[in-house]
Design a protein around this ligand. Structure first.
Ligand code: IMP
Ligand code: MG
Length: 223
């Protein structure tokens, strides 16, 4: 494993997980809940080093600001807001965001599959779990954890727009513009992040680290 960058390796492991052949066994880590300092996790023989990037306090503050902006934009008797969370990554962000809204909202969810390595450039996305409600005539706000290449969200937005919502907007917690492959801009964004592999606050590395209350990035994976 050594010799490959942390971000490259993290993406490789994620793609293997999608393909059902993830070689990394479950990990055990006793000390994840400190946002301060470097976190070293040993998994089998691999040592994963996480570094904090965005603290709990910064996230809370920014989520509050976003909710204020969204509440202002969707205020008015003729609005019918449906917040659509993209599982699993958006669940913590969505839960915090909607509790700060001051306008009525309905909540629904979608689960989409990530594309595997071979279909990556095509942006092939499959809907695993679809919305329960019709969004025809509604004001839809899609909430996602992170926009990276933009392929997933481009598919989702195109798919939802065919269902005739009255309006359709996009809110992401994290934006990684350096990796964008398609033209798509979030209407609301929490933070711009550099091209690193981030985890925490709902965002995973092969299903790990979603429960961290802060955002960190994988600095190193070493065997
Ligand atoms: P896309 O490349 O914009 O289509 O992003 C697809 C999905 O990849 C996102 O919804 C995330 O679930 C995941 N992803 C992208 N970048 C990262 C990262 O840095 N850490 C963890 N997951 C990521
Ligand atoms: Mg996601």
């Amino acid at each position: 494993m050594s010799g490959r960058s942390a971000v490259g390796l993290a993406r490789l492991v994620r793609d293997q997980e999608v393909a059902g052949s993830n070689p990394v066994a479950p990990i055990c880590f006793p000390d994840l809940f400190s946002g301060a300092g470097v976190l070293k996790v040993t998994e089998n023989n691999a040592a994963i080093t996480l570094k904090p990037l965005i603290s709990q306090v910064e996230i809370k503050q920014r989520v509050r600001e976003l909710a204020k902006e969204i509440s202002r934009d969707y205020a008015g008797a003729n609005r019918d807001l449906v917040v659509v969370g993209i599982l699993k990554g958006a669940w913590i962000f969505l839960a915090d965001l909607v509790r700060e809204l001051t306008v009525p909202a309905k909540i629904d969810f979608m689960t989409v599959s990530s594309y595997g390595a071979s279909t990556k450039s095509l942006g092939v996305v499959k809907i695993i779990l679809d919305l329960k409600c019709s969004i025809a005539g509604k004001d839809v706000l899609v909430v996602e954890d992170i926009i990276d290449t933009g392929l997933t969200l481009k598919y989702i937005i195109e798919n939802l727009s065919l269902r005739h919502p009255r309006s359709l907007k996009l809110c992401v917690l994290l934006d990684k513009p350096a990796r964008r492959q398609v033209k798509i801009e979030p209407d609301y964004r929490g933070f711009v992040v550099p091209d690193c592999f981030v985890v925490g606050y709902g965002v995973d590395f092969a299903e790990r680290f979603r429960h961290l209350p802060y955002i960190g990035y994988i600095e190193e994976i070493k065997e």
